[in-house]
Design a protein around this ligand. Structure first.
Ligand SMILES: Cc1cc2nc3c(=O)[nH]c(=O)nc-3n(C[C@H](O)[C@H](O)[C@H](O)COP(=O)(O)OP(=O)(O)OC[C@H]3O[C@@H](n4cnc5c(N)ncnc54)[C@H](O)[C@@H]3O)c2cc1C
Length: 390
C-alpha cells in the first residue's frame, strides 16, 4: 500500500457521494466512478431521519436542506377507506429534542444535489460503468464499459441493489423481486383541487399502501409512493413510467384525500421492489460494499438511504489513520452488520410507525459516537451466516 492510499468508489448515489465527501475532507485520494452520463433530478421524495441528518450535518448540508425541506410533526397513519386515525409516530420538535437532529422530508434531487456539492467536482468520473474488477498484491484494477480502466489501493462498491462489485465479491446472484411495485411521483401542489397536502400520511389498505407528503417547506410540491402487489412488473428503472389510470384503479375505494392526490397526478414512475437477506460478508481484502449494494431493504422504514449515509460515516471513521485497509474494512463491516440486518428484517414487516415501538434504536443511532467493533472472526461470520439463512 502507498503512504497515501487511493480509493475508488463505484456509484455516485447517496452512499457513494457521502463517502467521497467524507474521505475528501480527510485529505484522502478519492475517485468516484458513476455509470450515468450526468445527474438528473429524479422524481421522488425521500425521508431523512435524525440518524441520517447527523451525517448531513457533518458535511455542512443540514442548514440548506432544512431551509428547503418539510419537517413533519408526525408520521400519521390512517385507515385506507374510512380515514380513521391509527397510532402515530411523533416527530417534529419533540423528536428533535430527543434525538438531537430533525426529521426532514425532501425532494430526492435536492438531497442528491446537496451531496454532489460536498464532493470536489474533479473527483467524479461520469459515464464509467464498472464491468470488471481484479485484485492482486499491487492493488485493484477496475474495468469500465468502453475499455477504460483504473487502479486503486482499495475499492468501495456503492453501486446499489444490483451491485457489480457485490457480484465480484460473492458471485452472481440476483436480488429477490418481492412481487411488489412502488409508484412514485412528485408534482406541483397547484394541480390539486382544495389546496396542498399539509401532512405526512401513510394510508394502510389490506394488501397495499400509499404514503403522501409535501417535499418542500412551502408545500408546493406533493409526493407519493405506494406499495402494490404486481408480480408481472420487475423493471427497476428511473425511466420506467407507470400508467396513471392503472394506478388510480389500484387505489379505487381509498379515502377522498387519496383520490384528490391521485386525481391530480399527471405522470407516475413505476419501480419494482427488490431486496436481499442479510449477506454473510461485505468485504474481501481491499474491496468493500456499502449501502444498497450490501443491505438493500424494503422502503417501509425509510431507512435505506439513511443507512447508506451511516455506512459512509462509519467507514470514514474506520479508515481514519488506518495502516491496514483490509482490517479497517473488517471493522466497518463488524460495526455495521447487525444494525443493517435488523433494519432489513424490520423493514420487511411493514409495521414501522404504526406498531407501538420505541424508535430510539433507529433515530437515536449516532454514527459519530457508536463504538467501532473489532474485525469479524471466522466464527463471527459463521454466526451471521446461520442467523440469516432462510
Ligand atoms: C420507493 C422507495 C422509497 C424510498 N424512500 C426512502 C426514504 O424515504 N428514505 C431513505 O433513507 N431511503 C429510502 N429509500 C431507499 C433508498 O433509495 C436507497 O436505499 C438508497 O438510494 C441507497 O443508496 P446507495 O447509494 O446505496 O445506492 P443508489 O442510490 O442506488 O446509488 C447507486 C449508484 O451506483 C450507480 N451504479 C450502479 N451500477 C454501476 C456500475 N456498474 N458502475 C458505475 N456506477 C454504477 C448508479 O447509477 C447509482 O448512481 C427508498 C427506496 C424506494 C425504492
Amino acid at each position: 500500500m502507498t503512504a497515501r492510499p487511493s480509493f475508488a468508489i463505484v456509484g455516485a448515489g447517496i452512499g457513494g457521494l457521502a463517502l467521497a465527501a467524507l474521505l475528501s475532507r480527510r485529505g484522502a485520494d478519492v475517485r468516484l466512478y458513476e455509470q450515468a452520463r450526468q445527474f438528473v433530478r429524479l422524481g421522488a421524495g425521500i425521508q431523512m431521519g435524525p440518524n441520517a441528518m447527523r451525517v448531513l450535518r457533518a458535511l455542512g448540508l443540514e442548514a440548506g436542506l432544512r431551509a428547503r425541506a418539510y419537517a413533519p410533526p408526525a408520521w400519521t397513519n390512517r385507515v385506507w377507506d374510512t380515514g380513521a386515525y391509527l397510532p402515530e409516530l411523533t416527530l417534529g420538535p419533540e423528536a428533535e429534542a430527543r434525538y438531537g437532529a430533525s426529521y426532514l422530508l425532501m425532494h430526492r434531487g435536492d438531497l442528491h444535489a446537496a451531496l454532489v456539492s460536498a464532493v470536489p467536482a474533479a473527483s467524479i468520473a461520469h459515464d464509467h460503468k464498472l464491468v470488471g474488477l481484479e485484485h492482486n498484491g499491487a492493488g485493484v484494477t477496475l474495468r469500465f464499459a468502453g475499455g477504460a480502466s483504473a487502479t486503486a489501493d482499495a475499492v468501495i462498491g456503492a453501486d446499489g441493489v444490483h451491485s457489480k462489485v457485490r457480484e465480484f465479491l460473492l458471485g452472481p446472484e440476483k436480488p429477490a423481486f418481492t412481487g411488489r411495485v412502488a409508484h412514485r411521483a412528485v408534482f406541483p401542489a397547484a394541480l390539486m383541487r382544495g389546496g396542498p397536502v399539509e401532512t405526512y400520511t401513510k394510508w394502510w389498505g389490506p394488501d397495499r399502501h400509499i404514503v403522501i407528503y409535501p417535499v418542500t417547506a412551502a408545500h408546493d410540491e406533493t409526493y407519493f409512493t405506494t406499495s402494490v402487489p404486481d408480480a408481472a412488473w420487475d423493471i427497476e428503472s428511473w425511466s420506467a413510467e407507470g400508467d396513471v389510470a392503472e394506478l388510480r384503479r389500484a387505489f379505487a375505494g381509498f379515502h377522498d384525500d387519496v383520490q384528490r392526490v391521485l386525481g391530480a397526478c399527471p405522470r407516475v414512475h413505476k419501480w419494482a421492489l427488490f431486496e436481499r437477506d442479510p449477506l454473510p460478508r461485505w468485504t474481501d481484502g481491499p474491496v468493500a460494499l456499502l449501502g444498497d449494494a450490501c443491505h438493500p431493504m424494503m422502503p417501509y422504514m425509510a431507512q435505506g438511504g439513511a443507512s447508506a449515509l451511516e455506512d459512509a460515516a462509519i467507514l470514514a471513521r474506520c479508515l481514519d489513520g488506518a495502516d491496514d485497509l483490509a482490517e479497517a474494512f473488517g471493522r466497518y463491516e463488524a460495526t455495521r452488520h447487525e444494525r443493517t440486518a435488523r433494519l432489513q428484517l424490520t423493514s420487511r414487516e411493514n409495521t414501522w410507525g404504526k406498531r407501538k415501538v420505541d424508535p430510539a434504536w433507529v433515530y437515536g443511532y449516532d454514527v459519530w459516537q457508536t463504538p467501532i467493533a473489532a474485525a469479524p472472526s471466522g466464527a463471527q461470520r459463521d454466526q451471521w451466516r446461520q442467523a440469516y439463512a432462510t
